[in-house]
Design a protein around this ligand. Sequence first.
Ligand code: HPA
Ligand code: ZN
Length: 349
Amino acid sequence: AAEHKFVLEIPKVELHVHLEGTITAELRWKFTQRNGTKLRIAKNGPELKTIEELRTAMDLLRPDSSRVNNDEERFQFFEAYYEGFECLKTKEDFFDLAMHYFEHAATVNVRYCELFFDPQGHTSRGTPWIVMMEGFREAQKKAEKELNVKSAWIMCFLRDHSPESAMEHYRAALPYRDIIIGIGLDSNEEDRPPVLFEEVFSLARHDGFKLTMHCDVDSKNTHDHIRQAGSIVAGQGLDRIDHGLNAADEQGLINLILKRDVGMTICPWSYLRHTTYAELGPKIRVLYDAGIKISINSDDPAYMEDCWILENMLLVRLLCGFDDKDIAVLARNAVNISWATSTVKEDIL
Ligand code: HPA
Ligand code: ZN
């Protein structure tokens, strides 16, 4: 249809996608075969013997608004997500994984992206930094040259690990700071408020990194976490908030986000794990209509029935009643709230 063509062709910037959330069943199978690693959907799960078994197990993890607010499901997702890391061993694996994202990105006209990665999930398995980062660097160079997709990396700390571990990883990553543009915070948010990580976020800002943080829709203290991320962490609050959808419930939070001009990365498909269709469209609309610079993103496409940025844009188009003009605003927001150089931004706009 015509709207599909418009959404497909518009130049895009993606700001919220976890590289480890792009390990599709096909990629996982390939890496597992190559490295001789075991294939399981969870650490204590049975060994999976075929790609079909893996596909079926991953399919059960997709967001489904008919079973929302299920705590167990969140833990199942994280268990599977981290078990998925196990197939990554060599520089070639990290290179291939990043290249797989960039190749998909090129097909839907993503021209620039800031990609999350979770170093703690790799160092804890014995992966040397150089293996991860040089794999990323080579893929990034190749994508820029051959696919016209530019990129930068956002290093996320796992909030269910200690602030000390975050600090250690921050310091260990400094030799690679030429390709790391920002610092983020992800993983399970329960009882892990933003202010716990004040020290490392303040230091990172002082050192010139951009700052963002997940405020997931299923956090029990969602409004307080958005307030902390928006106004307290690193002295005055962060540069962006990832998700933060529940700001739509409180005018005070909306005002705060507008006043500080905080960009927000919204991942519609992801919220169907904890939100109904009926609730989702209106909430996104509240933020959009308030004039907040929200962008549309994919989060963990391999765990979301292969829904990438294009499918997420089509979903909000439908759920929020957006027209092509609105889609163009959302795409422009992503360019504006990105941390790309002005030259790169102007080239996309
Ligand atoms: N929430 C928090 N952390 C994450 C997610 C998510 O959906 N995906 C990967 N890391
Ligand atoms: Zn995320």
